[in-house]
Design a protein around this ligand. Structure first.
Ligand SMILES: Cc1ncc(COP(=O)(O)O)c(C=O)c1O
Ligand SMILES: Nc1c(O)cccc1C(=O)C[C@H](N)C(=O)O
Length: 429
């Protein structure tokens, strides 16, 4: 395996002792998070390396959803808004997510989608810098971020421009004195590359701009400390490493120092200071609460809370160490077991510079991913040529990493990827 960002050197590879299945079993035996695997309903014999797209189902979720449906909604009906705390449920889940990303409870809101939340915070941030009309982001950002920025700019008017950086160096040079807002994704969905949050936040602030971080691939996967980094705003997904279920509510962070200055564009009644006064005109609620919009999705919040509670049950220190160790083991094993095929490491070689995912490039990546899925190893393909594997430390073990690499070797050795049906790409991968 070669590396675009500095691979395991040949000398190191030769001197390093071969890793065996037994080594992986020993690592599992010493793993203090091993018991969490049983708290997820994963299909038997499946190696699930796609939790960075959709986290699996926690065992406790169906019973909790059934309780909310049958008792709270079914029997207690509308009284549940008070009786079962539906009114404060979003705040309760927000305060838990805040602990995962280094924020305070009153700086966090849960609801809507990451896309919608991005629109809200970038719009609020732009209003705080009315004399500047440039929004900076990365061309390689996840498309929804760029689409939302393009849409927002259409609303803001022709004075505004979107400046897209093509690499890390260009991010630095793009942040000039005319920039209102910098919008960066902390961990790249395509490569797993992680930006230094404190460094770029400082750069933005030195230029007088505000910064918005997209934590879609960070929350629950890597160390995030919004307060320590001095971040202004952040958004992120509930359905990836937080295991909140498909389309789970997203989160949104606003630093306390900015909250009272912020006006957000989607000012619905749940962000009003007194929603049940039914009064006019709109008066924003105090703090981050004003970023709420409409009625919260109670069933989805209930599912998200189960996932977040599981994450909070585990020690952050163990989670981060295991996530790095799983990624490292995968790189080592691919080099050892699949070195004769032309896989290129796309993720940074240095663990401090990447999220909890490893991306490999190969000309036949789409077909290889499909063949792996047939062998019960679920990763995903990202255009143009990337095989993407997410290593969630709560439910992935060291032996499953071994199995994944053995299956990759099988797919390559036997040419299982070389089938006419894999030439046709499906719509969702
Ligand atoms: C960086 C990033 N932002 C946002 C999203 C998704 O946003 P939404 O949940 O609104 O679809 C994703 C992935 O789906 C993502 O990778
Ligand atoms: N968010 C997704 C969805 O709603 C359906 C299917 C896939 C996804 C994704 O994971 C996209 C994504 N954020 C990515 O990292 O590629």
């Amino acid at each position: 395996m070669s590396s675009s960002t500095g691979g395991i050197g040949a000398t190191e590879a030769h001197t390093r002792k071969r890793r065996t299945f037994k080594d992986c079993q020993l690592l599992d035996a010493a793993d203090r998070l091993a018991h969490f695997r049983g708290k997820f309903s994963l299909p038997e014999n499946t190696v699930y390396l796609d939790g960075n797209s959709l986290g699996p189902l926690p065992v406790a979720t169906p019973a909790r959803i059934a309780e909310v449906v049958e008792q709270e909604w079914g029997k207690d009906l509308i009284s549940s808004w008070n009786k079962h705390g539906w009114f404060i449920m979003a705040n309760k889940v927000a305060s838990k997510i805040a602990r995962i990303v280094g924020a305070r409870a009153h700086e966090m809101v849960v609801g809507d989608s990451t896309s919608v939340n991005l629109f809200k915070v970038v719009s609020a941030a732009a209003r705080l810098r009315p004399d500047r009309h440039v929004i900076v982001s990365e061309r390689a950002n996840f498309p929804t971020d760029l689409y939302m920025l393009e849409g927002l700019i259409r609303q803001l008017g022709s004075k505004y421009v979107l400046r897209l950086a093509d690499n890390d160096g260009e991010i630095n040079s793009s942040i000039t004195a005319d920039v209102a807002v910098v919008v960066l994704t902390h961990v790249s969905f395509r490569t797993g590359r992680m930006l230094d949050m404190a460094k770029y936040t400082q750069l933005a602030h030195e230029a007088g701009a505000l910064i918005v971080w997209d934590l879609a691939h960070s929350a629950g996967a890597v160390h995030v400390d919004l307060a320590a980094a001095g971040a202004d705003f952040a958004v992120g997904c509930g359905y990836k490493f937080l295991n909140g279920g498909p389309g789970a509510p997203a989160f949104l962070y606003v630093a306390e120092r900015l909250q009272e200055l912020c006006e957000q564009p989607l000012c619905g009644w749940f962000g009003h200071a007194r929603p049940f006064a039914f009064e006019s005109p709109y008066a924003p609620a105090e703090g981050a609460q004003r970023f709420q919009c409409g009625t919260p999705p109670i069933l989805s919040l209930a599912a998200l809370e189960v996932g977040v509670d599981l994450m909070l049950e585990a020690s952050q220190e163990h989670l981060l160490a295991k996530s790095a160790a799983l990624c490292e083991l995968f790189i080592t094993l691919v080099k050892q077991e699949c070195g004769r095929w032309d896989f290129r490491l796309v993720s940074p070689r240095n663990a401090c510079e990447r999220g909890s995912q490893i991306c490999l490039a190969h000309p036949e990546s789409y077909a290889i991913v499909q063949a792996l899925i047939l062998e019960n190893v679920v990763g995903d393909f990202r255009a143009p040529d990337i095989l993407r594997f997410g290593f969630a430390p709560l439910y992935n073990s060291y032996t499953t990493v071994w199995t994944a690499v053995q299956k990759l070797q099988l797919v390559m050795r036997e040419g299982l990827w070389d089938k006419p049906e894999y030439k046709q790409r499906s719509a969702v991968t």
